[in-house]
Design a binder for this molecule. Structure first.
Ligand SMILES: [Zn+2]
Length: 384
């Protein structure tokens, strides 16, 4: 696609990628672009009965070789420890709503930090944070990601991971609530629903593996097991993958084998964050993001159009017209861009040009607001 309709594009991103990852009464779903994974708890009745049985079996299972296939038995080996050096400290930007106490979350993060450091030599250190009041984002993981990106954008160089504790209202297929999610643009916006290390570690390792896929067992398995409470360990294979990306720059959108889509995805992300700023009426930031958006994809018509709208609001009509022009060069079917261009000409008192654009917008089926038509008629002395 030469230019991307953001709505169609986001549907494409989200709509096609749910996958059922394991059987039994725990159904795990994967969200391809918006969030790396999501899951739900087992149904109470049957789940509870099975859980009881499994709990009885657990001591026996442990005797037969707990942690086999995970890195846990290797943790104290000198060569394993040596591979974890040097230690990297990840700067965590902590975001909570009012459902958790701050001390509680800090304690939890330091517990997770110890578990991660043992396995891959990465420490988590909270460097900043704030309490969030969600608006209308909670029903959509992409909106949540864009919101967090917007809120933290000006500080993006000062942290590595934005860690948000959230009670999801966003359902995956079947009405299940996710336990956690990771964005798959920058792989740095993490969402965690419960103070369970399995969830934080799972999402964090996604962001270091740069993969949406799951392992058969242990922490990168496609969902929290219905039994046991110590599923915090990587497999040796997954650990290697994490170590490979241990020093990645979280401010760079990584190539993840989706290079072809990479560019449009990047510009789409900037565009959406720009829109989020626009919604907050923070025009300077919005313009910066839209600049980045068209830098990464110079064929992104709606990004030019949106920038033009902001220029218009700032009464910079020449710049606005230049942006509308670019947008229309790329996509001549953007009726709204004709309308906006016509409006800009109106404010420049160039009524003939204004009429020309307004007619084009109408031809394309755009409904011109009656007040504007009235104002243009009066100003131009024409009654079209
Ligand atoms: Zn996952």
């Amino acid at each position: 696609m030469s230019n991307l309709d953001p709505i169609a594009f986001s549907k494409k991103l989200i709509g096609t990628c749910f996958a059922r990852l394991s059987s039994g009464n725990v159904v795990w779903k994967k969200i391809a672009y918006g969030g790396a994974c999501a899951g739900n708890e087992p149904k109470l009745k049957t789940g509870f009965a099975k859980m009881k049985k499994l709990l009885l079996l657990l001591p026996l299972v442990c005797l037969l070789g707990c942690y086999a296939g995970s890195v846990k038995p290797l943790l104290n080996r000198p060569e394993f420890k040596a591979e974890n050096e040097p230690i990297r400290t990840l700067r965590i930007f902590l975001i909570t709503d009012d459902s958790y106490r701050k001390e509680e979350v800090e304690k939890f993060v330091s517990k997770c930090s110890r578990l991660v450091e043992m396995q891959v030599g990465i420490r988590l250190e909270i460097v900043d944070g704030y309490q969030i009041k969600w608006e209308d984002e909670l029903d959509d993981i992409i909106k949540m990601e864009i919101r967090i990106a917007r809120d933290t954008w000006s500080k993006r160089d000062q942290f590595d991971i934005a860690l948000t504790f959230v009670h999801f209202a966003f359902n995956v297929a079947g009405g299940k609530l996710p336990l956690g999610a990771t964005d798959t643009f920058f792989w740095r916006y993490l969402f965690v629903r419960e103070l369970d290390p399995y969830i934080l570690l799972h999402e964090l390792f996604h962001a270091l593996l740069l993969q949406r896929g799951h392992s058969e067992e242990w922490v990168m398995r496609g969902g929290r097991p219905a039994y046991g409470n110590e599923w915090y360990w990587l497999t040796p294979e997954d650990r290697k993958g994490v170590l490979r990306n241990k020093w990645r720059d979280f401010n760079v959108m990584p190539a993840t084998g989706e290079e072809e889509e990479g560019k449009p995805r990047e510009s789409w992300f900037y565009y959406k964050v720009g829109l989020a700023y626009l919604k907050k009426r923070e025009f300077d930031e919005a313009i910066l993001l839209l600049n980045k958006s068209v830098e990464t994809n110079p064929k992104y018509a709606v990004a030019y159009e949106t920038r033009g709208v902001i220029c218009s609001r700032r009464k910079q009509y020449d710049q606005a017209i230049s942006d509308f022009n670019k947008a229309l060069e790329i996509d001549p079917s953007l009726a709204e861009a004709y309308f906006n261009q016509g409006r800009a000409y109106y404010f420049k008192n160039e009524y003939d040009r204004s009429w020309k654009d307004i007619r084009k917008a109408q031809d394309l089926g755009y409904k011109i607001p009656a007040e504007f038509l009235e104002a243009l008629r009066r100003a131009s002395g024409k009654n079209e």
